[in-house]
Design a protein around this ligand. Structure first.
Ligand code: PGA
Length: 255
């Protein structure tokens, strides 16, 4: 089922006490939101996952995600964190393919696909990120880039597996830059993504796939982005580090 989702990606931010405070503020703020129908997903760094699960436990439609996982289930992979570990903590989703992972850690399509499969096998919902660079957009290759990113990863899944995935369209030029995609640019790309999904898996799957927008989404622009027909929510970085800003964004999801 197509769901409205607002996900917070804290990235590599917050000390333990700062994370504790933010989780408490989120808990109290979310529980006071009148008629919130959106699913809220919080993705703190690994060390705070267990605490986040405990703190947010019992809130309706609130889940904890990891920002990454490894492609193997266990073994001699020093420093890595596996999908079964995350699942055993009560984590529900995992962000895969974020542009920062692709760029700084050189994660390629095959690796991202393996992580996705491993996540799904362990009952984690992948929030799979795709999006073009500024250079690709300026040379009018943004549609082609996004389609290729899907073809070399998610489109290798069977229909049942694909149906469990959440897509996040995050134009790289908009991430952390303060320069968000306009609602028209976001709608155009989300509509295109839904179109290629429907070509591959049929219109029923395409209509039920949640496609989130990410990239400088904040309390000032969220309502116009969320008003777009094919935008099902947001993946929020910088603006998710303050409970006030993040809750303001959640409030802007149309009911
Ligand atoms: P941003 O990050 O909101 O800070 O641009 C979004 C993301 O990278 O998920």
């Amino acid at each position: 089922m197509r769901k409205k989702i607002i996900a917070a990606n804290w990235k590599m931010n917050k000390t333990f006490s700062e994370a504790t405070n933010l989780l408490k503020e989120l808990k109290s703020g979310i529980s006071k939101l009148p008629n919130n129908k959106a699913i809220v997903v919080i993705a703190p760094p690994f060390p705070y996952l267990s605490q986040a699960v405990n703190e947010l436990n019992g809130l309706n439609n609130v889940f904890v995600a990891a920002q990454n996982c490894y492609s193997e289930e266990q073994g001699a992979f020093t420093g890595e964190v596996s999908a079964p570990m995350l699942q055993s903590l009560g984590v529900k989703d995992v962000i895969i393919g974020h542009s920062e992972r692709r760029n700084y850690f050189k994660e390629d399509a095959d690796f991202l696909l393996k992580k996705t499969i491993c996540g799904l096998k362990n009952n984690l919902t992948p929030i799979f990120c795709i999006g073009e660079t500024l250079q690709q957009r300026e040379s009018n290759k943004h549609f082609e880039t996004v389609k290729n990113q899907l073809e070399e990863t998610l489109f290798k899944l069977d229909k049942t597996s694909f149906a469990q995935v959440i897509i996040a369209y995050e134009p790289v030029w908009a991430i952390g830059t303060g320069l968000n995609a306009t609602p028209a640019q976001a709608q155009e790309m989300h509509n295109y993504i839904r179109f290629v999904v429907s070509e591959k898996y049929g219109s029923e799957i395409a209509q039920s796939t949640s496609i989130l927008y990410g990239g400088s989404c904040n309390e000032k622009n969220a309502s116009e982005l969320f008003a777009c027909k094919d935008v099902d929510g947001g993946l929020i970085g910088g603006a998710s580090l303050s409970a006030t800003s993040f809750l303001e964004i959640v409030k802007q999801m149309p009911q």
